[in-house]
Design a protein around this ligand. Structure first.
Ligand code: S6P
Ligand code: ZN
Length: 194
């Protein structure tokens, strides 16, 4: 057998339940609870209350990882549960990519919400997410998903370059310029869109 044949990465398949938003037999299953979200919500007291009331799961990520190398495509199922911290809808932490000039695709499979994006210079925008909607996150944009549904999880399939990695950079100190709240029964985007 020649070296080039020995080095081929073996093809494989992954089974995904598109209804429940669960990857069957993932190798990595990341679970983030309310207590992992300290510093991210506008109402810190409401988050503390939620943590004391049982620290519910906020979101789950299912992966069968591939090598974190250029040429490979990393992918995952992201399942963000419904709920609010005070009046702010449940959201992911959000991140830039460690290799900043790498993009990402999110295909929404279930639920409804927003993808909030920002650049390091403070430009910010939001794209609506619902079943069948694909959001393209261009290189350099930090991205965070928000679930605005009353009872359904927001489930997405995401794909990004193997080498991308995650960089939480200024997210914990600066947050995002846009936040999503429920005000008098209405879903409201607050902040500066530019
Ligand atoms: C990675 C991709 C997702 C997120 C996941 C968790 O590039 O965007 O796998 O890592 O949705 O979000 P976060 O912001 O906590 O890493
Ligand atoms: Zn990403």
């Amino acid at each position: 057998m020649s070296d080039s044949v020995k080095n081929y990465f073996p093809p494989f398949s992954v089974s995904i339940d598109l209804e429940s938003g669960v990857m069957r037999n993932p190798k990595n299953h990341v679970v983030r609870h309310a207590s992992d979200m300290r510093g991210h919500y506008a109402d810190a007291a409401a988050l503390d209350k939620l943590i004391k009331a049982g620290d519910p799961v906020h979101y789950e990520v299912f992966e069968v990882p591939v090598p974190e190398q250029q040429g490979h495509l990393m992918y995952c199922i992201s399942k963000l549960l419904p709920g609010r911290v005070g009046q702010e809808f449940f959201m992911t932490k959000g991140h830039y990519h460690s290799v900043a000039n790498t993009a990402e695709i999110y295909l929404c499979l279930r639920g409804e919400g927003y993808m909030i994006m920002k650049t390091p210079e403070g430009k910010a925008t939001a794209e609506k997410m619902y079943r069948g909607q694909m959001v393209y996150v261009p290189p350099f944009w930090a991205h965070r998903s928000v679930n605005t549904g009353a009872s359904e999880p927001l489930v997405s399939f995401c794909v990004y370059p193997g080498e991308a990695g995650q960089n939480y950079g200024d997210i914990e100190t600066e947050g995002f310029p846009l936040r999503v709240f429920e005000r008098n029964g209405k879903i409201v985007l607050e902040g500066k869109q530019s």
